[in-house]
Design a protein around this ligand. Structure first.
Ligand code: UTP
Length: 301
């Protein structure tokens, strides 16, 4: 098939400072929504989109993440003995086949662009996906699958796009849109975390990308960008300047920013309520909390 994406990079080498002290010893990506780690949501989404090779860019202190994907023979045996077959099935789904997963080390956290660049030799001359596990996207069709389907038609570079409140825009990579056709936006520029007042739009890049190998070449320049980091957005903007095709893709689905505490809590509530086994008890508790909160507010007025 034309324009197929088989490899994905998961940059997980960041320090996760917003979740300290939890992230002092636990990688952020192992934090769980209900009972499933953030990284598992990203892996499942990538698999659904046809990804066959999973490349993790890791760093010191991410051992728990590497172990998570190993088989767990003792645990499996115990579950089988207890006849907990459903759990056994869930557990098996977390194990990666030998050879389908690779770990590359980012020595210093020099930014997302640098983390992606660390995987350049494993990517070679193929298009590749990048998934940031902090961004969890719920919806009927997995976000990356929507994007790979678009990519099969267009080729080029495709970045997940979403409108954000203007007040929050300067904490994102923002898109300068030349034209739109359905969910596909043709971009004429991109800028990472612009100063307020200079944003080209409030359409932000979200953590799902399909990129061409030329982006790795652009990253070879090691341009230092916003926050003193090597930014992926800058390498994509350079691609637009070179005349390369770069699109935003307005995915359908709800995105939760699980890299922030408030976003993580919102996702926990949404995913908890979506679970049949928890909905009644958890929902009743939330109703009580909401009623109590309303009471306090009424007293305060
Ligand atoms: P963030 O900007 O969320 O940074 O990175 P962070 O370190 O994970 O978290 P905070 O801001 O300190 O709380 C976005 C994504 O890019 C990866 C992170 O692991 C995360 O998936 N990243 C970032 C790297 O792999 N290397 C870097 O040098 C920077």
């Amino acid at each position: 098939m034309k324009n197929k994406v088989l490899k994905a990079i998961f940059p997980v080498a960041g320090l996760g400072t917003r979740f300290l002290p939890a992230t002092k010893s636990i990688p952020k990506e192992i934090l769980s929504l209900v009972d499933k780690p953030l990284i598992q949501y990203a892996i499942d989404e990538a698999r659904d989109a046809g990804i066959k090779e999973f490349i993790f860019v890791t760093s010191r202190g991410k051992g728990a993440l590497e172990d998570y994907f190993d088989g767990a023979p003792q645990l499996e045996l115990a579950l089988r003995r207890q006849n907990k077959m459903e759990l056994l099935k869930i557990l098996r789904k977390t194990t990666m086949e030998s050879g389908e997963i690779a770990y590359i080390r980012q020595r210093d956290p020099k930014g997302l662009g640098h983390a992606v660049w660390c995987a350049r030799r494993l990517i070679g001359n193929e298009p590749f996906a990048v998934l940031l596990p902090d961004d969890v996207i719920a919806g009927d069709a997995p976000c990356l699958q929507q994007m790979t389907e678009a990519f099969a038609e267009t080729g080029g570079n495709i970045i997940a796009a979403m409108e954000v409140p203007p007040a929050q825009a300067s904490s994102y990579g923002l898109m300068d849109v030349a034209s739109a056709k359905g969910p596909l936006l043709t971009l004429k520029g991109m800028v990472e975390k612009p100063e307020s007042g200079s944003a080209p739009s409030n359409i932000a890049a979200i953590g799902r990308y399909i990129l061409t190998p030329q982006i790795m070449k652009n990253l070879n320049q090691k341009m230092i960008g916003a926050g003193g980091e090597i930014q992926l957005t800058d390498a994509i903007a350079a691609e637009i300047s070179r005349g390369g095709a770069v699109y935003g893709y307005k995915f359908s689905g709800t995105r939760y920013d699980c890299g922030s505490k408030a976003g993580f809590l919102k996702a926990t509530v949404a995913f908890g309520l979506a679970r049949e086994d928890l909905r009644d008890e958890f929902g009743a508790f939330l109703d009580e909390v909401a009623a109590e909160r309303q009471k306090q507010q009424d007293i305060a007025v």
